[in-house]
Design a protein around this ligand. Structure first.
Ligand SMILES: [Zn+2]
Length: 470
């Protein structure tokens, strides 16, 4: 630890361009120009073939890129690829061949130990850690991090590379005998991807079959969650198409981004949504093609992926009390501990026990509406009587407190104090795209819907083919 807690007062002048480094990277870049071109032209429709395997003649497009850009692009090479590039560089510069080596940080490790394993002289670490802000990141390395080093036979550090995060990496290089540290930012590229599915039993399974990640499935359920009750409304042969973003770093996928547009055909009815950012407020929301908000003032159901076990009725046999009683709510059977969401924006007006209801929370929404959640396992600990809640916020967890045969949520919806059926009550809608932005909305979303149309239609043909072939 003493080695990495040195002070950083001796920050070297780094304002001059590292012409030598740039030249080296430029050489390296030209050597792999073909790869740069392949990466630049890859889009989401073509899957990432191994760029090494393709013809790597330098192309005009790649050579016109700045050497820095190319340095970034070439960073995510595997170790053997990196070594191959180094050989080309060493050859071009008439140098003794050098080898990059890779070290994985172990638990309880520090740079001093890692340098020892790499047989690099300890003074080299001292020299490197005096390079200022850039190298500070090396004081926060974690197990499984990869550090790559280039050193000579005398144990002198020639170069060190470290991936800081998805966005950036550190490069330390010896230039005219002196170490220089630079932090580079990767270029994060957004690409479009799409997927379609046909439901056999559940949205989850169909989406998994379509190769959609869990995050996108959850977002899809959230986008349509105001119109479609994913516990009750899903039918066999429902279809969905989703157009979404994927984030790439140097041609390599890092994560999924946001849903741009989606279509869900539920029981023959088509629902469509598009993502749009209000130019004035900068708030991003999902809207219908005619600019109505997908967000209603209330969620149709306050739990996701649950099963309706009992409906709203005026007379029903009570399984625990063994007598006929009305059931003025809906029961959602779900696993114990499943999060329960606030059905709408509002505030907590009751939190506590209520006889057979067990642990209960009641929310007030505006002046007319209240929602009640019963048989809770636990509450969201941060919520008190009077706390404000946002629609979709987790307020409690499914349990079986009070008189309950098994874990479920008993949910009630009241309008002006009268119990209403939460499954059929007409829910108020939230704000549409403001009139003065409708032209902008149409301009930006028309091409997205056109794309969605095309995808949905081609998928329908594909699904029809599957049907006829079976
Ligand atoms: Zn109930």
């Amino acid at each position: 630890m003493s080695l990495i807690s040195k002070d950083f007062r001796h920050k070297p002048q780094q304002s001059q361009p590292h012409s030598h480094i740039r030249l080296r990277w430029a050489l390296l870049a030209i050597a792999c120009a073909g790869i740069g071109a392949v990466i630049a032209s890859t889009n989401s429709e073509t899957d990432s073939n191994d760029p090494i395997a393709s013809d790597s003649l330098p192309s005009f497009k790649a050579v016109t890129k700045s050497s820095e850009q190319l340095a970034r692009e070439s960073f995510t090479l595997s170790l053997p690829e990196l070594q191959a590039r180094q050989e080309i560089l060493d050859d071009a510069n008439d140098l003794m061949p050098k080898q990059w080596r890779e070290f994985k940080v172990k638990s309880g490790d520090n740079l001093a130990r890692l340098f020892k394993r790499a047989k690099i002289k300890p003074q080299q670490l001292d020299e490197m850690m005096k390079l200022g802000e850039d190298v500070k990141t090396l004081t926060r390395i974690f197990p499984k991090d990869i550090i790559r080093v280039l050193s000579d036979d005398e144990g002198t550090l020639q170069a060190l590379r470290y991936d800081i995060d998805h966005q950036s990496y550190l490069m330390v290089e010896r230039e005219h005998g002196t170490l220089v540290a630079t932090t580079y930012n990767h270029q994060i590229e957004t690409r479009q991807a799409s997927a379609s599915g046909i439901i056999d039993s559940s949205l989850f399974l169909a989406a998994q079959d379509a190769g959609i990640s869990q995050n996108i499935i959850m977002e899809l359920a959230n986008v349509f969650g105001w119109d479609i009750d994913f516990a009750l409304d899903i039918r066999k042969d429902d279809t969905f198409t989703v157009l979404y973003e994927q984030l790439f770093r140097n041609g390599e996928k890092i994560s999924d981004g946001d849903i741009l547009a989606a279509e869900f055909i539920n029981n023959g009815k088509t629902y469509r949504a598009v993502r749009y950012t209000n130019p004035q407020t900068n708030v991003t929301e999902y809207f219908t093609p005619d600019g109505k908000s997908m967000r209603k003032a209330f969620l149709r159901s306050p739990v996701n992926f649950a099963r309706i076990s009992s409906r709203f009725t005026t007379s029903r046999y009570h399984p625990v009390l063994h007598k006929v009683r009305s059931h003025k709510g809906v029961d959602y059977a779900a696993k114990r501990g499943t999060p329960i969401y606030a059905a709408g924006d509002g505030k907590v007006i009751f939190k506590g026990k209520k006889g057979g209801y067990g642990k209960v929370m009641i929310l007030q929404h505006g002046s007319k509406y209240t929602t009640l959640y019963a048989h809770l396992k636990t509450y969201n600990r941060k919520l008190r009587k009077g706390s404000k809640v946002k629609q979709g916020q987790t307020i409690a967890y499914v349990g079986s407190s009070g008189l309950a045969t098994g874990p479920h949520l008993h949910y009630e919806f009241r309008v002006n104090g009268t119990h209403r059926n939460p499954l059929t009550v007409k829910l108020p809608e939230s704000k549409p795209v403001p009139k003065r932005y409708m032209a902008d909305f149409d301009l930006t979303t028309t091409p997205v819907f056109a794309q969605l149309d095309l995808l949905a239609r081609s998928q329908q043909v594909a699904f029809a083919d599957i049907e006829t072939n079976n």
